[in-house]
Design a protein around this ligand. Structure first.
Ligand SMILES: C[S@@+](CC[C@H](N)C(=O)[O-])C[C@H]1O[C@@H](n2cnc3c(N)ncnc32)[C@H](O)[C@@H]1O
Length: 261
């Protein structure tokens, strides 16, 4: 069988019920299996696929059909300028969070020796992307999930910045180590009820601890804002990713703690 036929079969198995993008998903999974880039696959659709590989491919397709996210199946996700190892212990990095990287880089001069804290580091994608761009900076990534930190450590090694980052297993509530020029966080901020309305791929596969922000979605944000004054240096900056409907409540918490005036 050639790749074109394999892709055709895969697309029919997947259909549009299990994924919005059966064609793209099939192409990504086949190129992953054949260890080639997707564009290489697409210009070599006549290439014959071995029976053994075809069977493995269909197994991947069936995992996708059940709703497992592509990133968990292939074991990585691209974020900012690099690929990050991911598994079901960490949130899959989202393009939205690249804004934190972009905005904080604007505040960190190229040669600065900044100390940066990432609260709820997960795969480590945010802090590692920043450290990769700022060679003199040091980072601390904390997470309540020990399993997530194992993933972050693998990524730090892969990016060869494990000598400039420390990972600590802690709840932000209990964390009191160091003073930072920049604190950044993509905390869990979905309200507990809203979790039920997330897409199946997310709610059935991504870690609840990475999503669930309590009744109003603000519990981790609140803990972070309460703790920040103790952790941040004078003139330090705090970046938090929040939900689109959480701006006013977050601002109120910041005023209360005199972080915003
Ligand atoms: C939305 S995920 C963000 C992961 C990663 N920073 C990213 O942007 O892809 C939130 C992370 O915060 C961690 N977390 C949840 N509550 C926490 C808490 N109270 N203190 C520290 N980390 C927490 C979760 O384990 C999860 O890894």
């Amino acid at each position: 069988m050639n790749c074109q036929k394999a892709l055709y079969n895969a697309k029919r198995i997947l259909g549009y019920k299990s994924t919005k993008s059966p064609i793209l998903d099939s192409e990504i999974l086949l190129s992953f299996l054949l260890k080639i880039e997707r564009n290489q696959l697409l210009i070599n659709l006549d290439q014959i696929i071995k029976k053994n590989d075809y069977e493995k491919f269909i197994k991947l397709i069936l995992r996708r059909k059940k709703g497992e996210p592509i990133a968990y199946i292939i074991g990585f996700k691209e974020f900012w300028k690099n690929k990050y190892f991911v598994n079901s212990d960490v949130l899959i990095p989202r393009p939205d969070s690249e804004v934190i990287v972009e905005e904080s880089l604007k505040l960190i001069p190229k040669k600065a020796f900044f100390n940066i804290l990432d609260v709820g580091t997960g795969s480590g994608c945010i802090i590692l992307s920043i450290l990769k761009e700022r060679k003199n900076c040091f980072g601390v990534g904390i997470d309540i999930s020990l399993k997530a930190l194992k993933v972050a450590k693998i990524n730090a090694k892969m990016q060869q910045i494990n000598n400039r980052i420390k990972f600590i297993n802690s709840d932000i509530d209990k964390f009191c180590f160091g003073k930072y020029d920049i604190i950044l966080s993509n905390p869990p901020y979905i309200n507990s009820f809203g979790i039920n309305y997330l897409e199946n791929d997310i709610k059935n596969y991504e870690p609840k601890v990475a999503l669930d922000g309590g009744i109003e979605g603000l519990s981790c944000i609140e803990k972070l804002i309460k703790k920040s004054p103790k952790l941040i240096k004078k003139k330090g900056k705090l970046f938090i990713e929040i939900g689109s409907n959480q701006l006013n409540k977050t601002k109120r918490l910041l005023y209360k703690k005199k972080i915003l005036h």
